[in-house]
Design a protein around this ligand. Sequence first.
Ligand code: C5P
Length: 230
Amino acid sequence: MKPNPIIVALDVESAAEARALVARLGGSVDFYKVGMELYAAAGMDFVRELLGQGKDVFLDLKFYDIPETVKRAVAQVARTGVRFLTVHAVGSVMRAAVEGRAASDLKLLAVTVLTSFGRADLDELGYNCEVSELVERRARQAMEAGVDGIVASPLEAAALRRIVGPKAILVTPGVRSASAARGDQKRVATPAEAIRNGADYLVMGRQITRAADPAAEMERVLKEIAGAAR
Ligand code: C5P
């Protein structure tokens, strides 16, 4: 297992707030996720600031557009040194993303089916299948397209690991320690369970960022994982 498999989600509304959080977490975190909210507020300037501090960045923008646009946008991201980028797991989108990142070190992660989607949403889209079937089909297509990994619920991780093989990167949000508040997350697993199910990286937001002492909470979670691995 990696020394620290946790990616902290910077789900805050300004660069100032994100900066303060990163300063409080200090050396205890070296990988951050920037999603749509912070990106809309602070853009690539803040991403570059994080990279400049030697942090790894997971840019969670879930690209979904015509191939030429995806290819060119991914090429821009690849140039910055961002480490992970999400794209929707639709064949033409993923193939364009793979072309766009070319020989760079950027790793592409596919979002199979949004976890907010249920069977009724798929019916609305005209898909006549269960969510789990579409997740598995898209995971297979992601590997065929040359994408590096998948974002998945920790509860799906074990089944997906069998599909994507040992080399693919599995990243799981929806992780909570048994003692922590779940917030709006419904299908959660503990950090140790997620790792046991085959996750390589865990995305954690509020449990860390809203803790009274975020750095101490981070250390506590790492101990929890290490304790369970023994
Ligand atoms: O605060 P919390 O730990 O729930 O944050 C989880 C992060 O992972 C958020 O940035 C959320 O958008 C993201 N995410 C998720 N579930 C998914 C995909 C992404 O919670 N299926």
